[in-house]
Structure formats: C-alpha cells, structure tokens
Design a protein around this ligand. Structure first.
Ligand SMILES: [Zn+2]
Length: 373
C-alpha cells in the first residue's frame, strides 16, 4: 500500500478519467469502533447502499465490487485507522491509502478523485523528528504520516580505556570522569548537529527525544533553538530499538500531540459558543452556518450520522424538511446529512476536524463550527 505523501495526492489530482466515474471512498476502520472485520464490512455496506442506484450504476458496479473485495479479503488494520480508496475500473485506477488518523466515512462519485479530505489531512499532520541518543550513539528519524522519510546515524567511538578508567585509578577518578563527560558532551553536540541537518533537509514541525535520564537535559540544552522550540514530550525507546518500535512510539507521541491540539480547538469552540461569538454547535445551527458559508473549522465527532434534507436548487442543508426555507422548493431527503456537511465544508475549503472520543464535543451535540464572522 502506498504511503500518503504529497506526491500521491498530486498524482491522484492529475488523474484523468476521460469522463468515466471515479469512486472515492473514505472508510473508518478503527478497531476501537469497529471491533470485528464484519463491522467494517457493515460500515462499507452502509456507505455504498445509497449510491448503488447512482445514474452510472453499470459503470461503478465493478468499482464497488473491488472495494468490497479489498475490505473483505485484504484489510490490514495494523497501521491504519482509516482507508482512502480510489477506484476507476474503466481507467485501471485502484489505489488504497492507509491513514493513521480518523476520517469521516463517506463515498463520493465524480469524474475525478475526491482528494479534499486527504489534502486537509496532509496539511494538518506534522512531520515528526525522533532523536535517540546514548553516550556514544545517536539515531535520528523523520516520519511523516507514520512513514519514515529520512534517517541518519552517528557513532562516536569511545577511547579504548574508557570503561576501566576510574575503577583502576581511584586517585585519578575525578579527572577521568571529567574526561568522559567531555567526550559524552562532544558526542551529544554531534548528535544535536545531526538533528539540525535533518531539520534543514526535511523541515519537521515536532521533535521528540529518547535519551537516558541523565543525558536528556544535556542533549535538549544542546539543540539548536529552532529544534528546542519544536520539542514535545520525550519518548521511551532504547537506542537499539528496531524501526517498527521507533515508528510505533513516534505515532503514540504524535497522537498525543494531535489530541492536545484537538482539545485546545474544542476549548476554543466551547468558549466561542459560551460568549455567543463566532461559534455554533448542534446539527441545525451548524448546517445553517455552512449554508451561509461562515464556517472556518467544522468539527464532527467520528461516527456521527443523522438524516436530513438537501435542496437541489440552492444547496440548502438542514435536519428537518421537507420545504426549503430559502426558495420553498421540495428538498431531497438524505440518509446522512453529516456527510453532506463534511462535503460542503471541504468544497468551501474549510478545515474539517474529525474528533475521536472527544467527550466535550459529544456533549455539545457531536457537531459544531468555529465561524469566520
Ligand atoms: Zn433551496
């Protein structure tokens, strides 16, 4: 499976279907919500059911079949909380991108891949630097979207008598220890330089350091100020750890950082609503703000669904129908107006935050928005 990168997105953006329909499917496969594989299949079925009667029914039936086959036979959830699947059987396109972050499940049928949600995720997700050090080794990794994109290793050999100094010569102990300290400090300085080199090459937004307790404050003090300002919580991984363990620990820190960012945004939403200033919560109010194109950031609790109505004439979205309050025409009933809201927000270039397990948002109605005005 290809990792998500800006290249992958550019490739999809440049895909030409020649008029054939392209099925884009964002699927929540998170094991905490969909414990069994059958639960994921049921989720997919729920998504596909309303679009099976699409006007391009014959053209898309192969796409639906290969998406279903993939989810049934080849689903690998070890590295993914969601999948983005793009299928255009007529032009031999079938691409599955595992996503380490939650998404809103949705299916879009259009003449081009619906990449808005992917683009939003890539912009939002930080590049992560991981620096592991001990007294003579340093390993630096850069991850993006859970994938390793760069690495560098450093080994500063210790002098031959290093281990025995101080044990044999108690009189010279202080001097020897000082000498060792100097060597270690020198090594850590090298490690900080390696970290900065990769920063200059790859430009990561966050850095986490894994180091023995006594070395941690030293290495942090030696980091370039640009890197120090990007430090987040430290990581507990041995210097000899395999790449998979490093990656997993990095994803844990990343998830923690994401959660904190999300909590801060939801805090802003709660304050805005409390002050009656540039914030709405609840389905009807949020849909209203979307229709008025006032939304800056749309928040949705993952898995939230509700029925509603859409006006074909003016695009009005609401929870209760059937008549459009704008032009009075008979609206179209939709199975999931929340999905329509996400589509509308992406279409208006709003940011969309899908929040997993955020109790505050759940209490406020599972959907809300910070407004531009
Ligand atoms: Zn209308």
């Amino acid at each position: 499976m290809p990792a998500i990168t800006e290249d992958t997105i550019r490739e999809l953006a440049g895909f030409r279907s020649g008029g054939a329909p392209v099925v884009s499917c964002y699927l929540d496969v998170d094991g905490r919500r969909h414990v069994r594989r059958q639960d994921v299949e049921a989720e997919l079925d729920h998504l596909l059911r309303p679009v099976r009667d699409h006007e391009d029914r014959d053209a898309t039936s192969t796409d639906f079949a290969q998406i279903e086959r993939y989810v049934r036979d080849r689903l690998d959830r070890s590295n993914a909380r969601a999948l983005a699947i793009f299928s255009c059987a007529a032009r031999d396109l079938f691409e599955v991108i595992p996503l380490p972050v939650p998404v809103a499940s949705r299916v879009v049928i259009n003449n081009a891949p619906a990449i808005g949600q992917l683009e939003a995720l890539v912009q939002e997700l930080d590049r992560f630097g991981v620096l592991l050090v001990d007294k003579q080794r340093a390993r630096m990794f850069v991850f993006q979207f859970g994938e390793l994109i760069d690495r560098s290793e450093l080994f500063d050999a210790k002098p031959r008598q290093y281990d025995s100094i101080g044990e044999r010569d108690l009189v010279g102990y202080d001097k020897a220890e000082q000498h060792v300290d100097e060597l270690v400090t020198q090594h850590l300085r090298h490690a900080a330089e390696v970290a900065f080199e990769l920063f200059q090459q790859d430009g990561f937004e966050r850095l986490t350091v894994g180091a023995p307790t006594e070395l941690a404050p030293v290495i942090e003090g030696l980091l370039h100020p640009y890197l120090r300002s990007r430090l987040c919580q430290s990581i507990d991984v041995a210097i000899t750890a395999g790449l998979a363990d490093v990656r997993e620990a990095a994803l844990r820190v990343e998830a923690e950082v994401e959660r904190a960012k999300e909590a801060a945004l939801i805090g802003r939403l709660r304050d805005a609503v409390g002050q009656g200033n540039k914030g709405v919560v609840g389905l009807e109010a949020t849909l209203g703000s979307l229709v008025e194109r006032r939304v800056d950031i749309l928040f949705v609790s993952q898995g939230y669904r509700d029925t509603g109505w859409r006006c074909e004439r003016c695009g009005y979205l609401c929870h209760k129908g059937p008549n459009c309050p704008v032009d009075g025409s008979q609206m179209h009933r939709v199975d999931d107006v929340v999905e329509e809201a996400v589509d509308a927000a992406l279409g208006q270039s709003c940011k969309v935050e899908i929040c997993a397990d955020n109790a505050d948002l759940d209490v406020m109605g599972r959907i809300g928005a910070l407004l531009r005005y």
